[in-house]
Design a protein around this ligand. Sequence first.
Ligand code: SAH
Length: 393
Amino acid sequence: MIVTVQAPAAAALLRGHPWVFREGVRSIRGQGKTGEVAQLVDPKGAPLGWGLYDAESAIAARAFGAGTSTKLAKLDERRLVELVGAAVERRRGIYDPSHTTALRLCHGEGDRVPGLVLDRYEHVVVAKTDGAAIATWIDRVAPGLEALLAPLGVSTLVLRIDAAEGAPKIRGLWGPSAPATIDVLEHGMRFEVDLAHGQKTGAFLDQRENRRRVRALAADKPRVLNLFSYAGGFSLAAALGGAREVTSVDSAARAHASAQRSFKKNGLSLEGHRFVTADAFVFLESAKKRGERFDLVISDPPSFAPNERSKRRALSAYARLHRACVDVLAEGGTFCAASCSSHVTMEELLGTLDDVALGRGDLSVVETFGPPPDHPTLACFPEGRYLKLAIMR
Ligand code: SAH
């Protein structure tokens, strides 16, 4: 099919923006079925690239390998696998495989393969699709992905699926069946990943470098509070870094069980460490009342802003959370505040950490960080830069 886009959408595509919004479509020729390959052309008919069409979504088409240099290569199964190959190549040499065995091989839009995420955990790769268009392609590209990934030591590819409560959230695409959990290394730290029932593709790989930073920060921080701890990645990092008492807070009990197993796998005793199943806001309130103080507080909540409309409410939730965090921060302590809301920019996050928001005037932002190198972003696509971390002391 041919999708003619409006002039502003054409300009955006040329800059490398991968999305054509519905209002950016001038006309379509062809069936307009979800998952159909669409040639994208400007109002004068000049070719802009190839994408996948979505009949329902507000994002009418997503361009693959967008940008002027690749615009003429027609999109088919082979081309899609070729683009994944380029994504894998982009990661060459960034991690030492003897220390890090969990890595994002393909980061969707950021790798110009919109809607397709591939996370490697040891010999297993977990695919996750975003949007109905790419979902119709996954079984067809699976053989090509096998040819690409098997020589790299990958034996199994599974797909994340929506499953009934308690049922495994993965379906095999090729290779022997994946184990329900798998142990990986992250900068030498061992942790258990729940492939069958975990969040995302099993783990939050995007926080890898920040966990390493926390490990270094914890050297002189005896008491650490890790809020929204999930499988305990930041907690492990803090304990390995030297923290004596790490308190992990998450509303999911299952995640704590996994965190505790990972502590043991790293030769750490559970003594002194607490795993609290609670709402983080409620925990902070009661910790403050009890007069508890922590030398390092880490806050990594789920996205508060699923869309632009919810942003105002999200920003006030961040502000409320951050104030409660610094209320339990000991004198001279360090506060790590993360946000994974793509609609919240770094400046907006910092706006929830100013003196009025925190109710005190003694903390400075010492460092800020974005996503790690296996989560690349496109220069013209700020939506992709969802992960932010500010460190204050
Ligand atoms: N820091 C983690 C990832 C955090 S994901 C890591 O490095 O791997 C967000 C977590 O917040 C999830 O585990 C979810 O169960 C938990 N969560 C969501 N809402 C919560 C709340 N109100 N209080 C406590 N935990 C919450």
